[in-house]
Ligand binder design. Structure first.
Ligand code: MF3
Ligand code: CO
Ligand code: CO
Length: 251
C-alpha cells in the first residue's frame, strides 16, 4: 500500500486553479528580478499576487516556515529565506512559490538570472529547464517513476552537472507534499507505475559542482557543500490519458 492519491475531476479543477495562480505569480515575480532588489521585496510581491487571486500562500506555517516563497541565491539550492539580501548583476535566484486554493495546492519554481550572467551560468540554467522538461515527458500512465528520474539525471549529467540526491519532488494535492517522492536520479522502469489522475511536482536541482548539500544554521537554507552554483526548476504536472499536462505553465 502506498499513500498515492488518484485525484477526482473536482480535485483536479481546484489543483488547476492553485497552479494557475502560482504560475502567474512566478511569471510576474520573475520580471521583478533585477540588480538592486531584495529577496524580501520579491517575496512580498509574490505574496500579494497569490492573495489577490483569493489563494493562500501555503508555505506560510509549513513546518514553521514564515514566508510565502523561498528565494535561493547562487550556491543556495532551495529553501532560502527572503530577507534584506540585495541581488547583484551576475547572481542567479531560485524563486519557489506555493499556493492553496479551495483546499488544494500548486507548487512551482524557476531560477532566474539577475541582469547579465556568464555563458557558463546561462548554460546551467538552460540545462536545468531541459532536465525538467525531459522528466515531465516521461510522466505518462504506464511508465514508472524511475523513467522520470532517469530522464532528469541523464540530461543533467550528460552536460556535466550533478543532481541533488537528498531532496526530491513529490505528489501534491490537498497537501503540499504527498506520496510518492520523486527523485532526480534513478533507473528506467524502477519504482511505482504512474497512473492517470496522479499529480506530481517534479523539481530537479542541478549543481555546477558536486551533489552534496549542507543546511545553514537558519535551519532552512540548503546550499551546495562545495559552494558551487545551483539551479532549481519545478512544475506541478497532471498525468492525463493523453500524456503529461503541465499545470504551472507560464506562457
Ligand atoms: N516548495 C518547496 C517544494 O518544492 C517546499 C517549500 S516548504 C517551505 O517542495 F516551507 F520551505 F516553504
Ligand atoms: Co516548490
Ligand atoms: Co515542490
Amino acid at each position: 500500500m502506498t499513500g498515492i492519491k488518484i485525484k477526482t475531476a473536482e480535485e483536479i479543477e481546484k489543483i488547476r486553479q492553485a497552479c494557475r495562480i502560482v504560475a502567474r505569480a512566478l511569471k510576474l515575480t520573475g520580471k521583478e528580478v533585477q540588480p538592486g532588489v531584495t529577496t524580501e521585496y520579491l517575496d512580498s510581491f509574490a505574496e500579494r499576487l497569490i492573495r489577490e487571486e483569493g489563494a493562500d500562500p501555503v508555505f506560510i506555517g509549513y513546518r514553521g516556515y514564515r514566508h510565502a516563497t523561498c528565494m535561493s541565491v547562487n550556491e543556495e539550492i532551495v529553501h532560502g529565506i527572503p530577507g534584506n539580501k540585495v541581488l547583484k548583476e551576475g547572481d542567479i535566484i531560485g524563486v519557489d512559490i506555493g499556493s492553496k486554493f479551495a483546499g488544494y495546492c500548486g507548487d512551482t519554481a524557476a531560477t532566474f538570472p539577475v541582469g547579465e550572467v556568464s555563458k557558463k551560468v546561462a548554460k546551467l540554467l538552460k540545462t536545468g529547464q531541459e532536465a525538467l522538461i525531459a522528466g515531465i515527458r516521461q510522466a505518462r500512465a504506464g511508465n514508472h517513476l524511475g523513467d522520470v528520474s532517469a530522464a532528469v539525471q541523464k540530461v543533467a549529467e550528460s552536460k556535466g552537472y550533478s543532481v541533488v540526491r537528498e531532496l526530491y519532488g513529490h505528489g501534491i494535492g490537498a497537501d503540499l507534499h504527498e506520496d510518492p517522492l520523486v527523485p532526480n536520479f534513478g533507473r528506467p522502469g524502477e519504482g511505482i507505475e504512474l497512473k492517470e489522475g496522479m499529480v506530481l511536482a517534479i523539481e530537479p536541482m542541478l549543481n555546477l559542482g558536486g551533489w552534496q548539500i549542507r543546511t545553514l544554521s537558519d535551519g532552512w537554507t540548503i546550499v551546495t557543500a562545495d559552494k558551487s552554483l545551483s539551479c532549481h526548476f519545478e512544475h506541478t504536472v497532471l498525468i492525463t490519458g493523453k500524456g503529461p499536462e503541465i499545470l504551472t505553465r507560464r506562457d
